[in-house]
Design a protein around this ligand. Structure first.
Ligand code: UTP
Length: 404
């Protein structure tokens, strides 16, 4: 068995791992071989072929004005869906938050200044506003990773789920993929383990299927799942107006979007690709696309996504048989040198492989782009200071009347 594993590693140009294996005592070798056998090494073959894009066209959003005119109606439709148990929420909290450099799950970060207020707490409070209005709980599925699952669960327990009903919260763990250095070589996490990282936020539905969560979704007859990122402290979850607008539109998915702050803003834009909803990353946009305007003066590619989507469950099931594209992200990854020294890099040093939730949008027949006010709903915490940081998020929380 070891022999075969070594053969495969050699074929994949990972001779340094074979050498490391040989240096281990027999028992440890056996353990490490079985660990390596459990890894998805296909990422090593994965020569990243840039997917060819189809014909890109603007996708127009339901604007703030459009929504305001029908707010009451949409809200009632959404509340009704929640009351009848048709809506669940999925918190994507498996990321490593390497830019923030906080050593615990990002949701445990204390965003409060003079008092204890945590990111998870902000999210649960926002959700509680909805469940109180609806008079019904929204089942909440929390995606964690191998590294942060235990701490996340313990944190919720310790804080009594911040007033949420623990019967309505489920945790599940996403899968891992190996990381590689800049030369495409596997890295050691420690003596007997290859370094791996969570496989990106696009794996949430497949991981729900693998961990039995879909059984809960099916048994409860949940028809819609609202997927959202952990790091937006102003995130509105299971927003009844959004849910109502998507249901009333007859579309099979919805995405909350914000108007771009300026044409060159680094944000993925919701558009149409060969007639299907799709997200074009800022670096994929040509100058012509960036500056193109509609007759009313608005940017044609104006609506940036904020990682808050609503998907219809029956349409998601068919995505289970599709392999989402793998993206490479250049990140800081701690590793062990062949000499046994642990390195904690200050700068990105390795690639992790990720599928992205935004690629699930492309698998939908259509998607309602639903505009929200940036200052009310978008305060991402990616960095400690500067753009999209703890500082900017605190400022926005205060602007929304939240005492810190
Ligand atoms: P980011 O793309 O910001 O990644 O995640 P990250 O790993 O949290 O942070 P950096 O890039 O290392 O600083 C956006 C959202 O997707 C979730 C994150 O928890 C966050 O809510 N996510 C990301 C996962 O749930 N799993 C992943 O593998 C990656």
């Amino acid at each position: 068995m070891k022999h075969k594993t070594s053969e495969i590693l050699n074929m994949l140009h990972q001779e340094h791992i074979v050498a490391h294996l040989k240096s281990l005592p027999q028992d440890d070798q056996i353990k490490m071989v079985s660990h390596i056998d459990s890894l998805d090494l296909s990422v090593l073959n994965n020569i990243m072929i840039e997917e060819e894009r189809g014909k890109i066209e603007p996708l127009y959003a339901t604007t703030l004005d459009d929504i305001e005119k029908q707010r009451e109606h949409f809200t009632e439709v959404g509340l009704e869906a929640i009351r009848s148990g048709k809506v669940g929420a999925v918190l994507l909290a498996g990321g490593q938050g390497s830019r923030l450099g906080f050593e615990h799950p990002k949701g445990m970060f204390r965003i409060g200044v003079d008092r204890d207020l945590y990111i998870f707490e902000c999210l649960i409070r926002n959700l509680l506003e909805v469940t109180e209005q609806a008079g019904a709980w929204v089942p909440l599925f929390v995606m964690t990773s191998v590294a942060n699952n235990r701490e996340t669960r313990e944190f919720f327990e310790k804080h009594d789920y911040f007033g949420y009903s623990d019967d309505n919260v489920w945790f599940f763990v996403q899968e891992q993929l190996p990381t590689v250095d800049v030369n495409g070589k596997l890295m050691l996490a420690d003596e007997g383990t290859i370094s791996t990282a969570p496989n990106g936020n696009g794996g949430w539905y497949a991981s729900m299927a693998k961990t039995g969560m879909l059984r809960i979704v099916q048994n409860a007859n949940i028809e819609w799942l609202n997927v959202f990122a952990v790091d937006n402290v102003l995130q509105r979850i299971a927003d009844p107006c959004f849910i109502g607008a998507v249901i009333e539109s007859g579309k099979v998915s919805g995405a909350k979007v914000v108007s771009k702050a300026e044409p060159n803003e680094k944000v993925g834009v919701l558009c149409l690709e060969d007639g299907k909803p799709s997200i074009v990353e800022y670096y994929e946009m040509t100058d012509e696309m960036i500056n193109r305007r509609e007759p009313d003066g608005k940017l044609s590619y104006n609506y940036g996504v904020i990682l808050n989507y609503l998907f219809r469950v029956d349409k998601l099931n068919r995505t289970l048989s599709v392999n989402l594209p793998l993206h490479r992200a250049f990140k800081k990854v701690q590793y062990m040198t062949p000499g046994g020294e642990m390195i904690n890099p200050d700068e990105p040093n390795a690639y992790k492989f990720e599928t992205l939730a935004l690629d699930m949008v492309k698998l939908q027949d259509n998607c309602l782009a639903y505009e929200v006010e940036r200052t009310k709903e978008f305060a991402p915490v990616k960095n400690m200071t500067g753009v999209d940081s703890v500082d900017t998020a605190r400022e926005l929380l205060r602007l929304n009347g939240i005492e810190l």
